[in-house]
Design a protein around this ligand. Structure first.
Ligand SMILES: NC(=O)c1ccc[n+]([C@@H]2O[C@H](COP(=O)([O-])OP(=O)(O)OC[C@H]3O[C@@H](n4cnc5c(N)ncnc54)[C@H](OP(=O)(O)O)[C@@H]3O)[C@@H](O)[C@H]2O)c1
Length: 228
């Protein structure tokens, strides 16, 4: 059985990804920072729960140790946890947004690498954003051109870059980043935009279920490769 960890999986795109991968037969671990929300989500799907706050080294290491003891390996890791950090642009907000959206990827990847190396087809998927694409934010025909989300966009550029750098340094593991499509979740509730999480989770699932000879070091959306 494929062993899969999804961060921030108690709601939104992460929860829907957990649902679809559970339906495909994966043993999914719901990573959530809040025990109550995480346990409820895992129970609803018949998945397992690990307490995992991507901004907390102790929490991250303990979550991966739990999976290591129970499974001995990790096949699929989905970096999904993220925050928007809209509004004020200042140092404390920047630290919070980068800590969650970028540094969190380093923490979880480093803790997961020993278990991923024990998998026969290890795959890491980063739910990044086209708001972090230099091509998209400089293209007046793209919606990202008009998006005033400096900290979020910059942190997602970092998330995508980390994906590429890990793809290079770990050639035995596939690392791909993606833009899920504008989705109606708590993150976008203030804007009243987006399609269903079910639909967006399909792109995450596609990249989480690549064959061993699948691509690595790419940024994709539902149509295929996206420009940087
Ligand atoms: N929605 C969109 O249109 C859109 C577009 C492009 C990219 N994305 C990306 O898609 C991913 C999922 O977002 P979403 O739209 O599904 O938003 P969401 O419904 O707000 O879900 C975000 C998830 O991340 C979790 N999270 C936040 N901080 C965390 C931390 N420190 N440790 C662990 N978990 C944490 C949240 O947990 P709590 O419940 O505890 O807060 C929640 O489970 C994010 O990376 C986002 O940037 C979304």
């Amino acid at each position: 059985m494929t062993v899969t960890l999804i961060t921030g999986a108690n709601k939104g795109i992460g929860f829907e990804t957990a649902k679809q991968l559970t339906e495909l037969g994966h043993q999914v671990y719901i990573g959530a920072r809040d025990v109550d929300r995480g346990e409820k989500a895992a129970a609803a799907l018949g998945a397992r729960f690990v307490q995992l706050d991507v901004t907390d080294d102790v929490s991250v290491n303990s979550a991966l140790a739990t999976i290591g003891s129970a499974e001995g390996r990790l096949d699929v890791l989905v970096h999904n946890a993220g925050i928007l950090g809209a509004g004020v642009v200042d140092g404390p907000t920047a630290l919070r947004v980068f800590d969650t959206n970028a540094v969190g990827i380093v923490r979880v990847t480093e803790a997961a690498l020993p278990l991923l190396r024990k998998s026969s087809n290890p795959t890491v998927v980063t739910v990044s954003s086209s708001a972090g694409s230099f091509w998209a934010v400089n293209n007046p025909e793209r919606p990202e051109f008009h998006l005033p989300l400096a900290l979020y966009s910059a942190s997602k550029s970092a998330a995508t870059m980390l994906t590429i750098q890990y793809a290079k340094s770990e050639p035995g593991i596939k690392f791909n980043a993606l833009e899920p499509g504008t989705t109606a979740t708590d993150m976008t509730a203030a804007f009243g935009v987006g399609r269903s999480p079910e639909e967006s989770a399909r792109t995450v699932v596609r990249l989480a279920t690549l064959d061993a000879d699948g691509p690595t070091g790419t940024l994709q959306d539902e149509s295929g490769e996206l420009r940087w």
